[in-house]
Design a protein. Structure first.
Length: 258
């Protein structure tokens, strides 16, 4: 009887030790097949992607997903099959976000109280704008100085420059003294129905006779914020020079992302 009791006590004392050894054996078996792999995130936020792929891990003790925000990397320690699933998910998630193009047609019109025989005719799509201008301004004749189509992305800007024909502005051509114009649009953004420009800057440098055969450039132009409804033609600003004026008309639209 004593021998049976002693044997039972020894078995009870050995059970915790056996459990610990079994646990060690389980940990060893679980970790034996682990692999490590580092993924570079190029287009999105690494922390956001790591939170999304977290459930694709095995969940076994020792498996881990860690992020280095400075290096834009995600390091995964897990079974090969889990790493393969995570790799596929990262490829799908780490794609550059498609952004739409913003298209802007910028036209500069010449307005005059007299005829403009040398000016290009106003395009048909701007005829309604000219009709409104004739009803509100004192100018009767209108012509086109320049028209340019620009495409850009939200958050960016647009700029352009050129040389204007002096005779269009009622000026005598002066050798070596052309008329320069330039414009720049800062921080263009697209809302649900409107395209917004933080600042539209238009400048023109015109040579002025200051006497005794001397010429000096005079700067004329304007700076203004702009808000344009899609496909609406908007008069942004006007610059006057004697009996003539330059009128800037902008049409904007958002093109679907490719």
């Amino acid at each position: 009887m004593k021998r049976l009791i002693t044997l039972a006590v020894l078995i009870l004392l050995a059970l915790p030790l056996l459990a610990q050894e079994a646990a060690k054996g389980d940990d060893f078996n679980e970790n034996k097949g682990f692999r490590n792999k580092v993924f570079e995130v190029r287009n999105r936020n690494a922390d956001d992607i790591a939170r999304t792929i977290k459930l694709l891990g095995s969940g076994f003790k020792g498996a881990a997903i860690s992020v280095n925000s400075e290096l834009h990397t995600i390091t995964v320690r897990d079974f090969p099959e889990n790493i393969a699933s995570i790799e596929e998910a990262i490829k799908r998630l780490d794609r550059a976000e498609a952004t739409p193009n913003i298209a802007l047609n910028i036209a500069v019109l010449i307005a005059s109280k007299s005829a403009l025989p040398d000016a290009r005719p106003v395009p048909d799509e701007l005829a309604p704008v000219v009709k409104q201008l004739q009803a509100t301004l004192r100018y009767t004749s209108y012509g086109l100085m320049t028209s340019t189509m620009h495409r850009t992305k939200p958050g960016l800007g647009v700029e352009n420059s050129g040389v204007a024909e002096p005779t269009l502005l009622g000026m005598t051509p002066r050798e070596g003294k052309p008329v320069f114009y330039s414009y720049k649009l800062f921080e263009i953004s697209a809302g649900e129905k409107t395209i917004n420009v933080e600042r539209f800057s238009f400048d023109m440098r015109v040579p002025i006779d200051i006497g005794n055969g001397n010429m000096q450039y005079q700067n004329v132009g304007f700076n203004t914020p702009v808000s344009i409804r899609q496909n609406e033609k908007v008069v942004i600003g006007t610059t006057t020079m004697g009996d003539k004026a330059l009128i800037v008309v902008v049409t904007a639209s958002v093109e679907p992302a490719p």
